[in-house]
Ligand binder design. Structure first.
Ligand code: DGJ
Length: 378
């Protein structure tokens, strides 16, 4: 009788512990389990905070190198403390093989980000989309919408942004092709010596601008912006979205021409806008870059590599995907990066590090393990 009673207590304890907090620190680069004990599957992700919870959206990867493609969709997790994450499931699901849809299983869906539109009450997800078998040549932006933060999200359309519009920061003289680029095959990480990136912009004027690595940013006035690598990756664009966040207004700027910035992560602090970015080396990590601006539409000024003591010049073996504020703590921002594993995509790791500030610059330093109370001393 007594042993039956003890067994019962153990079972009750086991069930009541399931889902309870297990982590009390960040361990960058290590496996990170969700509430079911499964490594979090939300790569190239971003964070949205609502009603006391953080929501982490990212690419659901599958095993092997085929797992880099979108075989499942976009996954969401939620957390109150940022250490422990509850699986909220796949919130945007790819369409079945043979459906012929833009988001057919096997397409590429990268860097999904979700923002809330306060006017419509909808949750809007944008992502980099390459239709199946098109091998990164589409450079499209997909958009999906949800009524609830945890979905389901419904795919609406994909676009090449700002078709027919010149950027705000090009002058009349630039509106002519400086060289013909119609027959050039670009490699995605450098331009031929005689090619001016502007020629690519002009080439794509009627079709719409290329958009690969991307992010979203909502400003204090609730205007939203889409930030994406354009012009064969050579130049970053910052583009205003319409009031419903579902389209582009045609107001955009080109930044860092010819610098091949990828992985943009934008945040705002004390009235200044910051960007962290990477260079273009595929899945291999490279040295980070950063920039600051007094206004989101520029001028943007490069600040250099924000990583301190990063002796390998690899952003601590990671690539930026988001920098977000910790709620309730002044001046506390977390860098969120991906440590990709292209041979076994599902095993990609996450590198989260505290951001610190000195004057108008921000910096990131490696920590094997750290807690949020570190912000008290930064
Ligand atoms: C680097 C980008 O940042 C990733 O999102 C992905 O597109 C890889 N390149 C593909 O090589």
């Amino acid at each position: 009788m007594r042993s039956f009673f003890t067994y019962g207590i153990c079972v009750i304890l086991l069930f009541s512990c399931k889902g309870k907090s297990r982590y009390d620190a960040f361990s960058p680069g290590k496996l990170w389990s969700d509430n079911n004990g499964v490594h979090i599957n939300a790569h190239g992700g971003g964070i949205l905070f609502e009603n006391g919870r953080y929501y982490w959206f990212g690419e659901h990867k599958t095993p092997g190198s085929e797992g880099n493609a979108a075989n499942v969709g976009v996954h969401c997790y939620s957390s109150e403390d940022l250490y422990n994450w509850k699986d909220e499931g796949v919130v945007l699901t790819v369409d079945p093989v043979g459906s012929g849809s833009d988001i057919e299983k096997g397409c590429i869906i990268e860097r999904p980000k979700v923002i809330k539109n306060q006017k419509t009450g909808k949750y809007v997800m944008w992502f980099h989309l390459e239709r199946k078998n098109n091998n990164y040549s589409d450079a499209l932006s997909g958009v999906a919408v949800g009524n609830e933060i945890t979905g389901p999200y419904q795919y609406l359309k994909s676009v090449r942004p700002n078709s027919g519009f010149y950027p705000l920061n090009v002058s009349e003289i630039h509106k002519q092709k400086t060289s013909s680029v119609d027959n050039i095959k670009f490699n995605g990480w450098s331009l031929p010596a005689d090619v001016d990136a502007l020629s690519i912009l002009v080439r794509d004027l009627s079709k719409g601008q290329m958009a690969r690595d991307m992010n979203l940013f909502v400003d204090e006035d609730q205007k939203a912006y889409h930030i994406y690598s354009s012009e064969e990756n050579s130049t970053l664009h910052i583009a205003e979205l319409t009031d419903d966040y579902l389209s582009h207004t045609g107001r955009y700027i080109r930044c860092f021409p010819g610098r091949f910035m990828e992985a943009p992560a934008m945040f705002k602090r004390k009235g200044k806008y910051y960007l962290m970015m990477s260079g273009c080396t595929g899945w291999r990590p490279n040295q980070a870059r950063s920039a600051v601006a007094g206004s989101i539409m520029g001028e943007w000024v490069e600040l250099g590599d924000p990583c301190l003591n990063d002796t390998t010049g690899t952003t601590f073996h990671s690539q930026s995907t988001c920098i977000f504020p910790v709620q309730g703590t002044e001046d506390a921002f977390i860098y969120m990066g991906d440590r990709w594993n292209p041979e076994d995509a599902i095993d990609g790791r996450y590198v989260w590090l505290p951001v610190k500030f000195e004057d108008d610059r921000f910096f990131i330093e490696w920590k094997d393990s750290w807690k949020k109370d570190l912000f008290d001393s930064l």
